[in-house]
Design a binder for this molecule. Structure first.
Ligand SMILES: Nc1ncnc2c1ncn2[C@@H]1O[C@H](COP(=O)(O)OP(=O)(O)OP(=O)(O)O)[C@@H](O)[C@H]1O
Ligand SMILES: [Mg+2]
Length: 368
């Protein structure tokens, strides 16, 4: 028999109404169980689907007064459908629970490697974790290296100063020339150690996010001029030719002291790695993308390609780490420069270029 249009509309309305009620109840249950296993939630989904269908079927049965064999037939179809759904949900839940246990077991392993064959979402979680762990490990390694190098760098000059101070105290050296040389040497070492302690302090403030910038509108040309004046004696002592090329006005919103320190670190490095009679060039201008750009080009002969991505790492010193040189630093200068530039929403980078390399700082340009 064909149902009348009125009956059909009635059945649709009743089924939709009951379905809505069941769905609301299901959502409420799911919300209560939101922190439980995904398996439990899947079971709720199937139960909600079966309950909504059953409610509709019961409505039809009551409306159309289905009886006997037909009613039993319809009810068993719904029951079997529900059971099949529950079975599939059970299999799926087992898989999800199993895969997440596999992920947890992998996370506990050191080093953590993303397990093969995970479902997409778990794979994303796993690879994000893997990257975070790798970053954390690299940082930890750098920190350990820094402590080892800094303590070595402190111990050697301290031992030297102690020997000189004892020799002066005991009168082992008495000729005025040696006494003067020892005094000069001790003063030099104290200055170097103070600078290193300053750098360490600055770096720890940067890492703690405690760098306080007092930003003001400044011109890069002024910054370059100030930096040049500061490093001129060093360049002269080493016989390096320092020149600057500045575009008219390049206004940026920056902390002149901090940014000057970052630029100073780049220039001191450039002078240190450039042979005498050769040139270091500072440039200030605006790049193609409309960013303010500061660059320092030197004649260092190029940085090995494999070292380029690492020069900004804390305590990275390239060759100097393997063969210490007299004026070698602690490997903090570029890490500090990077911290300062990033605190200004800028970028710092390095490329090999011509007879040496070029360090570049890019900052947002102030317009108007
Ligand atoms: N202009 C440059 N030319 C060639 N190599 C450079 C240059 N600047 C930096 N490097 C390499 O990068 C390393 C790290 O530089 P960074 O300024 O961080 O440390 P440092 O100069 O060794 O010590 P510090 O700056 O703490 O006194 C240097 O040791 C050097 O190997
Ligand atoms: Mg340096």
């Amino acid at each position: 028999m064909r149902p009348a249009a009125g009956d059909l509309a009635m059945v649709v309305a009743v089924t939709a109404g009951l379905g809505l009620l069941v769905a609301l109840a299901g959502i409420w249950v799911m919300w209560r169980l939101r922190t439980r296993s995904i398996g439990v939630m899947l079971a709720v989904v199937v139960v909600v689907a079966v309950a909504a269908t059953l409610a509709g079927v019961v409505a039809i049965i009551m409306k159309m007064l289905l009886e006997g064999a037909i009613r039993d037939f319809v009810l068993s179809v719904v029951a079997v459908g529900g059971l099949v759904g529950l079975g599939v949900a059970f299999v799926l839940a087992r898989r999800v629970v199993g895969e997440s246990r596999r992920l947890v077991a992998a996370v506990r392993e050191v080093p953590f490697v993303t397990p093969q064959g995970l479902p997409a979402e778990l794979r994303t979680i796993a690879s994000t974790l893997e990257e975070a762990y790798a970053r954390e490990r690299a940082l930890e390694g750098a920190r350990r290296e820094l402590v080892a190098w800094v303590s070595h760098d402190l111990r050697t000059p301290l031992a030297g100063m102690r020997a000189m101070a004892e020799a002066l105290e005991d009168g082992v050296v008495s000729d005025p020339e040696t006494v003067a040389r020892y005094h000069g040497q001790i003063k030099l070492e104290v200055e170097r150690l103070s600078a290193m302690v300053d750098d360490l302090f600055e770096l720890s403030r940067i890492h703690a996010g405690a760098l306080r910038l007092s930003r003001a509108r400044i011109g890069l040309a002024d910054l370059v001029a100030d930096t040049l004046a500061g490093v001129e004696p060093l360049a002269r002592a080493k016989g390096v030719v320092l020149t600057a090329e500045e575009a008219a006005t390049v206004p940026v919103e920056a902390d002149a002291g901090a940014l000057g320190r970052a630029l100073g670190n780049l220039v001191v490095n450039a002078i240190r790695h450039t042979p005498s009679d050769q040139t270091v060039v500072l440039r200030a201008g605006v790049d193609e993308e409309g960013m303010a750009c500061l660059s320092v080009s030197d004649c260092c002969g190029g940085i090995p390609e494999e070292d380029l991505p690492r020069v900004f790492d804390v305590a990275f010193r390239g060759e100097a780490a393997r063969t210490p040189v007299a004026d070698g630093g602690a490997g903090l200068g570029l890490a500090i420069a990077q911290g300062i530039v990033e605190a200004h929403d800028g970028m710092i980078g390095v490329v090999n270029d011509g007879p040496g390399c070029r360090f570049e700082i890019r900052l947002p340009l102030v317009r108007g």
